[in-house]
Design a protein around this ligand. Structure first.
Ligand SMILES: [Ca+2]
Length: 477
């Protein structure tokens, strides 16, 4: 009997060894995402913004120069890339509805429309990964819902952490253009205290703790920072990096000043419209300070990954849910279809890559993240996904995987759609009834001259209209 038990013991031990060897071969995923972060990063050529830790990620991976969100607003964008479906499929084209009393609701949620979909993190759960969310992955009203689950999808995670820091506790110290309101409008604070006391500092601390807990792997750790979303709260030292008298405001084109076509500028709202130049510089200083503060928290998490010896077997993604205006075109925040609002930073760093530090001009969309990560980890992605794997670009940054990237935004009951090709950005509002825009991004990267009515470009307009027409669902405006 003792012999028999002993035999079973050897067999069991053997199974455990085999299991842990198989597990060790599966790469971990560290998915880092900032909220409302545009490409104002040193790694993306910005002349002022300090982002040493995101720069370090760029040095170990491939940076996508032309990566685009599918909808420049939190819930529509996040619902899209976490399900791998475009906004016309998820049907999430707004953030969460509020009750008549102003309370957040859990609707609309993509599961209202595609209930059985398997999300990106859920796929990893189904294949034996430990999957955790810290902070904002699906939509959260920021700062209103910090410390809650927000508009979460429980099926996506084994474990969730909702940090709540000093930025929330001392909210009444935040300056706001609309006193008492901190999310929808511009607001900021040069805060007292240490990084670790702020919500994003606590997010990083929790991420480090889970890396320690999950180090046997495989894990999919999703870390969602709340900054640089408004209110732009960061410790004083980050504001000191950006003297206001050195900040130059973007120049406006004649179309920007006249605001034509009107739909393109409809995201403008009071009281942001009434700011003085001094206040505009203060807002930009605070946004940049928030970026550098968030970047420091990225650095803490990646440092822990290295300290624990996990970097050799972990794929790191760094991105944002959409772009952001800081007075380019006279606009602030998101919800436009200009390049600033559609474009996102995207860095994918694989261990053992021979392309470390490469940049690629291949077009990429956030909806590509799902098939890319499934591909890199050898997991079977659902066949209905709307994106494509970016793996060929990670192996050779000079290749393309798609001819165009698409972004859409809502204007009341109508929609604007935009297509970006390597050379052009073409946008039409309500099928063109409310305006058409064509920009030569090679000659005019600042989108100052709308060429849509220029007869010389009629063929280009027609071709891009066809590309957009093939993309649009049959009933879309
Ligand atoms: Ca956002």
């Amino acid at each position: 009997m003792r012999m028999l038990l002993h035999g079973w013991g050897i067999l069991l031990a053997g199974c455990l060894v085999v299991t842990s060897l198989a597990a060790a071969k599966k790469p971990n995923v560290l998915f880092l995402i900032a909220d409302d972060l545009n490409c104002d990063l040193h790694a993306y050529g910005h002349p002022h913004v300090h982002s040493p830790h995101i720069d370090a990620l760029a040095a170990r991976g491939v940076s996508f120069e032309r990566a685009y969100c599918q909808f420049p607003l939190c819930s529509p964008s996040r619902s899209s890339f976490l399900t791998g479906r475009r906004p016309d499929v998820t049907r999430i084209i707004t953030n969460s509805r509020r009750s008549p009393e102003g309370a957040y609701t859990n609707h609309p949620h993509f599961r209202d429309y595609i209930p059985d979909t398997v999300t990106l993190p859920q796929l990893f759960r189904q294949h034996g990964y430990q999957v955790a969310r810290i902070g904002k992955l699906y939509h959260y009203g920021v700062p209103g819902q910090i410390g809650t689950d927000g508009l979460d999808d429980p099926a996506s995670w084994d474990h969730v952490v909702n940090s709540y820091g000093r930025d929330k506790v001392e909210e009444d110290r935040v300056f706001s253009l609309v006193p008492g309101s901190y999310g929808g409008t511009l607001s900021w604070l040069a805060a007292d205290g240490a990084d670790e006391e702020q919500t994003d500092g606590m997010v990083a601390t929790e991420a480090i703790r889970l890396l320690e807990e999950y180090q046997q792997g495989p894990f999919f750790l999703a870390v969602g920072f709340y900054r640089p979303h408004t209110p732009y709260v960061a410790p004083h030292k980050y504001f000191d990096l950006y003297p206001r008298d050195e900040i130059r405001l973007p120049a406006l084109s004649p179309d920007d000043k006249r605001r034509v076509p009107a739909a393109a500028y409809q995201s403008a709202k009071r009281p942001q419209e009434d700011m003085t130049n001094e206040l505009r510089r203060e807002a930009i200083q605070a946004y940049w300070a928030s970026i550098t503060f968030m970047d420091a928290q990225v650095g803490r998490v990646v440092h822990a990954l290295e300290r624990l010896g996990l970097a050799e077997n972990t794929i790191i993604v760094m991105t944002s849910d959409h772009g952001y205006h800081m007075y380019e075109h006279g606009l602030w925040q998101k919800m436009s279809l200009f390049e600033n609002s559609c474009r996102v930073p995207l860095i994918i760093a694989e261990p053992d890559t021979n392309q470390a530090g490469a940049t690629s001009t291949a077009l990429a969309e956030l909806v590509d993240l799902y098939p890319t990560l499934a591909d890199l980890c050898g997991l079977p992605a659902p066949d209905y996904l709307d994106g494509v794997s970016l793996r060929p670009v990670l192996e050779d940054p000079s290749v393309d995987v798609k001819p165009a990237a698409f972004t859409q935004v809502r204007r009341g009951n109508k929609m604007g759609y935009s297509v970006r090709t390597p050379r052009w950005r073409y946008t039409h509002w309500d099928r063109g009834n409310d305006g058409v825009q064509l920009f030569d991004m090679r000659a005019d990267p600042g989108e100052t001259t709308n060429l849509a009515d220029n007869p010389k470009h009629a063929d280009t307009v027609e071709k891009l209209r066809e590309i957009l027409g093939a993309y649009l669902p049959a009933n879309a405006s």
